[in-house]
Ligand binder design. Structure first.
Ligand SMILES: Nc1ncnc2c1ncn2[C@@H]1O[C@H](COP(=O)(O)OP(=O)(O)OP(=O)(O)O)[C@@H](O)[C@H]1O
Ligand SMILES: [Mg+2]
Length: 459
């Protein structure tokens, strides 16, 4: 068997010790692969037996190329959650292949003063490395690493690098090779290979390959960081969205409360006072002579008072539909459709099929409000004189559909551009765990559909 210089692991007294590449590669018959590996292993063996000085070297390269291919294919699609474990697996494979004692990956801290070892693999009994203070603990080493140079210890340490030499002596490290990790031209860390039992001599041609390994790890770590940053952003977006939803819910609730208060005021006070005025003016009318000039004027005032009272009543009912509590959703909607039809001169085809009345107040109010706003939108935007409102129960869900065959619109831009109607409908429906859908297209009418589960407890 030929002694190769490709990777030597020389002990202090010059003997070859420990498992290393050379041991593995010069015994190709113990290697089990089939196909190409068998062929190349066989060829190497033949060449080696024939005394070819290149045979072992070729075999080393082959092994390393295989590791590189393995690492590349493993890391190409590695999910962020597995990057750390895969790097550790890679470091272990390198330790085994190079026959060294420890391999670690360190990342330069934000202030660039520490090299924090984030991934490491070492043989049993070998001390792990945590972090090193670059500038204060290892000034010479730090300078070289920051310059992006490959550092071989102790060879590259000048005699004045006393701190590094002392550290070596203390931890019992015989040699170390550190390859800088670069990202966009900046040193972001290093990957180190250490021997404690013997001196490791890596031939120069292995350096670019180890740099490649470093690149693979650096890319994976960058991807992991990007993934984590994305997750953090998504999380804060989710929180902001939740906060907005909470605010919208509070706003809708307080709006509803305020409407209720004004409606009560209008109903209990204004309409009563208007009614008294109507009665008084009727009395006055009765006191006047049938030929009195003031009689038609007074009559007109009384008619106006009645009409004003109806309008106030209508508005109060719109603001807070007491009828919802008294007669339930089906009748409240029927009345709303009738009022809308009278007010806007748009025919409403209202159909309510087998809708139970014992639904929760929240669901009833939500559906009522959505129908109100959908009808308002028909009057404001659809340019039609007919619309349909349908209330039904389908698969335990209450379904409301308001449909027109008017001008239609693009729902995506409609939601972004205009007022608060569509978004408040959507928000209300979300508050009762329902689904809100808009089907519309310019020139092809609009359908608003709401589905709310009826499983909740009734009012
Ligand atoms: N039935 C419809 N027919 C045609 N366009 C509609 C219809 N409903 C909504 N739209 C379009 O969608 C936009 C958004 O409606 P939304 O109810 O959110 O706002 P708005 O009615 O303009 O204002 P607000 O409801 O705040 O008073 C409208 O401006 C309109 O362009
Ligand atoms: Mg609107």
């Amino acid at each position: 068997m030929n002694q190769s210089d490709a990777i030597r692991n020389d002990s202090a007294d010059g003997e070859v010790t420990g498992p290393c590449l050379i041991d593995v590669f010069t015994c190709p018959l113990s290697v089990k692969p089939q196909g190409m590996d068998v062929l190349t292993t066989g060829l190497c063996q033949v060449l080696e037996d024939a005394g070819c000085p290149l045979a072992v070297d070729v075999h080393h390269r082959l092994q390393f190329e295989t590791l590189l291919t393995e690492l590349s294919s493993k890391f190409v699609n590695v999910p962020a959650s597995q990057v750390d474990s895969q790097i550790e697996w890679g470091l272990r494979r390198i330790v085994e292949l190079l026959g060294i004692d420890r391999s670690g990956l360190g990342q330069v801290s934000e202030d660039r003063r520490q090299l924090v070892v984030t991934h490491s693999y070492q043989l049993p009994g070998i001390p792990p490395s945590a972090f090193i203070m670059l500038d204060s603990q290892f000034p010479t080493f730090a300078r070289m690493v920051h310059q992006g140079l490959v550092v071989r210890l102790p060879d590259d340490m000048p005699p004045e690098a006393t701190q590094e030499r002392e550290y070596f002596r203390q931890v019992g490290m015989k040699s170390n090779v550190t390859i800088p990790l670069m990202a966009m031209g900046i040193v972001v860390g290093g990957i180190g290979f250490s021997s404690f039992r013997s001196q490791l001599r890596l031939p120069d041609e292995f350096i670019p390959r180890l740099r490649l390994v470093g690149d693979i790890f650096t890319n994976a770590l960058a991807r992991k960081r990007a993934d984590e940053a994305l997750c953090a952003k998504e999380q804060s977006l989710r929180q902001a969205k939740d906060g907005l939803r909470l605010l919208a819910t509070k706003l809708l609730n307080s709006q509803e409360e305020e409407r209720r208060r004004i409606a009560r005021e209008m109903h209990d006070d204004w309409t009563q006072r208007l009614a008294i005025l109507g009665i008084e003016s009727a009395k006055l009318e009765g006191c006047l002579d049938t030929q009195a000039v003031a009689l038609p004027i007074l009559h007109n005032i009384r008619t106006q008072l009645v009409s004003l009272s109806e309008d106030v009543h209508d508005l109060s009912r719109q603001l807070h539909p007491a009828i919802l509590n008294d007669l339930g959703l089906v009748e409240a909607l029927r009345s709303e459709c009738a009022c809308f039809s009278r007010r806007e001169e748009i025919t409403v085809d209202y159909v309510a099929d087998d809708v139970p009345e014992n639904m929760s107040k929240e669901v009833a109010l939500c559906v009522y409000r959505v129908a109100q706003e959908a009808l308002r939108n028909v009057a404001k935007h659809a340019a039609v004189n007919r619309t349909a409102v349908n209330l039904a129960v389908i698969n335990q869900e209450l379904m409301l559909r308001v449909q027109d065959h008017g001008v239609g619109f693009d729902p995506d831009s409609g939601r972004i551009l205009a007022g608060v109607g569509l978004s408040s409908m959507e928000e209300r429906v979300r508050m009762v765990d329902g689904e809100f859908s808009i089907y519309s297209e310019p020139g092809h009418g609009t359908t608003i559909e709401v589905r709310v589960p009826l499983s909740g407890s009734p009012a």
